[in-house]
Design a protein around this ligand. Structure first.
Ligand code: FUC
Length: 345
C-alpha cells in the first residue's frame, strides 16, 4: 500500500492511493476531486471506472462536477434563499432562479489543504477547508474536514466532518460518476442498482421537489429487487421524462445505514455503498452532452451514474425532508463507504 504526492502547476497537487490489491485512486486537492479509480474486472484487467478529465485544468470549467466534493449544500436551494430565525439569507442564483451545489464558489472550486495519510491498515488523503462567515451568502465560519481512505479490503471510505459557529445549512457529498464497464466502453444502462428506499421526491421542470413524496411501488423507481438503469431511460413514467429520461431524484432510505449496490455483469464489477446519510440523489447523467473530452472518450448522455448520499436542501422549505441545518457547536459527521467487489461467473 502506498500514497504518492505529485505537485502539479501552482498550488495544485495530486495524490495517488494504491492498496496493493489492484485498486488505485487519483485525488486532486482542487475541488477534492476523485479523478480516476482503477479497478480490476473479473479477468483481472485493471480499468478506470469513473468519469474524469485527463487535463487537470479542465476541472476549472467543468459544468458536470465530475468527481468533486460538493458543499456547503449539495443539491438545489429553491429561490436561492432560505430563512432562519427571522433572517433571510440570499445565495447566488447559479441555475435559473435557484442555487445549485454551493454556487460558483462551492467546495468543488476550492483548493483544499491536503495531506497524505498512511497506516498499516490503509492509505488516504485528508482535505481541510475553512469558510468565512458570509462567504457566498452562507452564515457561519465553517470548518470542514474530509478524508478519503482506501484499505486492503477494497473499501473506499469518505468521512465528512464539519463544525460552525452559527447555525448554517450543510450537506456534503461527492459527485463521482461511476461507469463500471471500464474505460467508458458502454453507457450505464446495463448497470443494475439495488437499494432499500420506498419513497422518492417528485420533481418539477426546474428539478426542484414539488412537495409530493411518492411511493416507488410498481414504478421504475423501485430498486428493492434490483433493476437496470435503462428501465428509467426508456420507460414512460412522467418523472423519468421530467428529468430528461432517467433519474435525478432524491430517494429516502428505508433503513439506517442506507445500503445501495450497483453491478455491471460484463465486467463483473460491483460496488456496495453503505452510509449513515438519510438518503441519496441518484443521477444518471441525463443532462450530459458530447461537449467535453474525458479520460477515455467524449462526455455523453448516460455515461455515468452518481450516488450522491446526502440530506435534502428541500428541508429548508419543507420539514418532511431530512434536515441540512448544522447548529453552533454541533459536529456534522457523515460517512459513506464504497466497497469494490468482483462477481465471477
Ligand atoms: C446532479 C443533479 C443535477 C445536475 C448536477 C450536475 O446532482 O441533481 O441535476 O445536473 O448533478
Amino acid at each position: 500500500m502506498q500514497v504518492q504526492t505529485i505537485r502539479l502547476h501552482g498550488k495544485w497537487k495530486k495524490f495517488i492511493l494504491q492498496n496493493g490489491e489492484g485498486i488505485e485512486i487519483h485525488v486532486l486537492n482542487y475541488g477534492g476531486v476523485i479523478q480516476k479509480i482503477m479497478v480490476p474486472d473479473r479477468f483481472g484487467k485493471v480499468e478506470n471506472v469513473v468519469l474524469g478529465y485527463e487535463k487537470e485544468k479542465d476541472y476549472e470549467t467543468d459544468p458536470y462536477y465530475l468527481g468533486a466534493l460538493i458543499g456547503p449544500v449539495a443539491g438545489r436551494i429553491q429561490g436561492a434563499e432560505f430563512q432562519w430565525n427571522d433572517q433571510t439569507f440570499k445565495l447566488e442564483k447559479n441555475e435559473g432562479n435557484n442555487h445549485l451545489h454551493g454556487g460558483s464558489q462551492g467546495f468543488h472550486q476550492v483548493i483544499w489543504e491536503a495531506e497524505p495519510l498512511q497506516t498499516p491498515e490503509g492509505v488516504g488523503v485528508k482535505l481541510c477547508h475553512e469558510r468565512k462567515d458570509g462567504e457566498s451568502g452562507y452564515p457561519g465560519n465553517i470548518k470542514v474536514t474530509v478524508i478519503y481512505w482506501l484499505n486492503r479490503k477494497n473499501e473506499l471510505l469518505m468521512d465528512y466532518q464539519a463544525v460552525t459557529d452559527r447555525t448554517t445549512p450543510v450537506t456534503l457529498t461527492n459527485h463521482t460518476y461511476f461507469n463500471l464497464s471500464g474505460n467508458l466502453k458502454d453507457t450505464v444502462g446495463n448497470h443494475r442498482v439495488r437499494m432499500n428506499a420506498s419513497r422518492f421526491a417528485e420533481l418539477d421542470e426546474a428539478l426542484l421537489p414539488t412537495g409530493r413524496i411518492l411511493s416507488v411501488r410498481h414504478t421504475p423507481f423501485d430498486f428493492g429487487q434490483g433493476r437496470k438503469l435503462k428501465d428509467g431511460f426508456t420507460g414512460s413514467h412522467p418523472q423519468n421524462r421530467m428529468v430528461g429520461g432517467g433519474y435525478d431524484h432524491y430517494f429516502f432510505f428505508a433503513s439506517n445505514p442506507g445500503c445501495v449496490s450497483v453491478e455491471e455483469a460484463e465486467s463483473g464489477r460491483m460496488i456496495e455503498i453503505v452510509t449513515n446519510q438519510p438518503g441519496m440523489v441518484l443521477y444518471t447523467s441525463n443532462q450530459m452532452k458530447k461537449d467535453r473530452m474525458l479520460a477515455g472518450g467524449w462526455s455523453k448522455k448516460y455515461l455515468g451514474v452518481c450516488f450522491e448520499t446526502q440530506a435534502s436542501p428541500a428541508s429548508l422549505h419543507d420539514q418532511r425532508f431530512p434536515s441540512v441545518l448544522l447548529k453552533r457547536d454541533e459536529v456534522y459527521r457523515k460517512k459513506t463507504v464504497f466497497s469494490f467487489h468482483i462477481r465471477k461467473r
